[in-house]
Write a protein that binds this ligand. Structure first.
Ligand code: FMN
Length: 415
């Protein structure tokens, strides 16, 4: 009998084996408990996805430092004072034999002003979203010694993730967060060893991977999420991504996930013009294949995979074994956590995301995030996903929740 390509195990460069090719991509859950820690809701949510049959789960981004959060309901892992909670989380996500990797991140300048913290970035260039200029904090440029400290913090968080029982980490170098800011010539105008040439702009990412690798054991899986492009004139481009991928391969990487965009250009959820032409299905596949043609690291592509036909069509492998070998699903699994098991059973179940035709791309992107977060909240409470959701109501309720969580976060920081 022919084995379905989606359910063939994959041996990664470090020898670890993914049981199948379907990965729950990172989605910030906004479900931390007091102290920005994982609690019962996150345990229930990840156990639910594990039961749905994914081969790999990647957590929503976990922060390496408490003063730099992508959102007020995020998780921070900076020391081992609550490692037991992370152990329970790791166990829940690995139920049924799935791999569970922690995504580790620093937001850099993409921090909400309401959080009350000083944002930092490679340079003091603020995020520019017309009409929303007060939403995000104004950054100051990091000193070179601070960059070194942050690299060590990434490594320390990775080491803690391993101690907690996660089977790998993913360094978030996409979507306009700190590492992606260093990569972008539009955001990084430094003249020291961290800026200027692509080699210098990539130093933060490459040194972080080296530091993480030195801090964990060889069987612990290492991944990077990278933009195939920022989709901004003068920004990080596909050719840059190819060069970076080759350098990552030299250091050693088990999986490279390709995505795109940032807060100014939200291509990651298919809300920019380049995605319309491809009908919002596997919209980074062309870019992911280009990257797969230059490195032997297994490539994962994420974005717009909602049906088994699109998923199967996205997998590739050439004679040398290079290819797009893993598929990341975010919103698909928020709307139906059972997709892997259903597809394995031969069903053609697919997900129809709500259409959001708001004229503001920023608001539309926010709406898309909010409907998914509503589903995560339901799954985390043991409820089934809701088939019909009002994007406007979901966005409003998400904003309200954010406000309460921001208050809680600020109190925690002041204590
Ligand atoms: C609610 C939500 C939260 C997200 N949080 C993260 C995150 O923490 N880290 C990350 O790399 N990507 C994050 N993403 C982007 C997804 O990983 C993915 O790249 C994007 O949703 C496109 O894939 P999809 O079409 O399968 O949803 C998030 C997406 C959504 C919808």
């Amino acid at each position: 009998m022919k084995i379905d390509s989606l359910f063939r195990p994959l041996t990664l460069p470090n020898g670890a084996v993914l049981p199948n090719r379907l990965c729950k991509a990172a989605m910030e859950e906004n479900l931390s408990i007091e102290g920005q820690l994982p609690g019962q809701k996150l345990f229930t949510l990840y156990q639910r996805w594990a039961e749905g049959g994914v081969g790999l789960q990647i957590s929503g981004n976990v922060m390496i430092a408490p003063d730099a959060m992508t959102g007020p309901g995020g998780v921070v892992l900076q020391d081992d004072s609550h490692l037991d909670l992370f152990k329970t989380w790791a166990k829940a996500g690995r139920a049924g034999g799935a791999h569970f990797w922690m995504q580790i991140n620093h937001p850099g300048r993409q921090v909400y002003a309401a959080m009350g913290e000083q944002a930092v970035g490679p340079s003091d260039i603020a995020v520019n979203i017309p009409g929303f200029d007060k939403l995000l904090a104004k950054p100051r440029a990091l000193q070179s010694s601070e960059v070194e400290t942050l690299i060590q913090r990434f490594a320390h968080t990775a080491q803690l993730a391993e101690r907690a029982g996660f089977s790998g980490v993913q360094i978030h170098a996409a979507h306009g967060y700190l590492i992606s800011q260093f990569l972008s010539p539009l955001v990084n105008n430094r003249t020291d060893r961290w800026g200027g040439s692509l080699e210098n702009r990539a130093r933060f990412l490459l040194d972080t991977l080296k530091a993480v690798k030195a801090a964990v054991s060889p069987s612990f899986c290492l991944s990077v999420k990278l933009n195939s492009a920022d989709f901004q004139k003068g920004g990080f481009q596909l050719d840059d991504a190819k060069w970076v991928a080759i350098e990552l391969e030299k250091i050693g990487l088990d999986l490279l996930e390709m995505s795109g965009g940032n807060y100014e250009s939200p291509a990651m959820t298919g809300t920019t013009d380049h995605t319309k032409a491809s009908k919002r299905e596997a919209y980074f596949i062309k870019f992911a294949r280009e990257i797969a043609s230059v490195v032997s690291i297994p490539i994962m592509v994420t974005g717009g995979i909602l049906s088994p036909e699109v998923a199967r069509g996205a997998l590739t492998e050439d004679e040398q074994g290079f290819g797009v070998k893993v598929l990341g699903l975010g919103r698909g699994l928020a709307f139906n956590p059972d997709l892997p098991n259903l597809w394995k059973a031969g069903q053609s179940s697919s997900v129809n995301l709500p259409e959001i035709n708001w004229s503001s791309k920023t608001l539309a992107s926010l709406g898309l995030m909010s409907v998914s977060k509503t589903q995560l909240k339901r799954l985390a409470s043991g409820k089934p996903p809701k088939l019909k959701l009002s994007p406007a109501l979901a966005t409003l309720s998400d904003q309200l929740k954010n406000r309460l969580q921001t208050r809680r976060y600020r109190k925690w920081r002041e204590a």
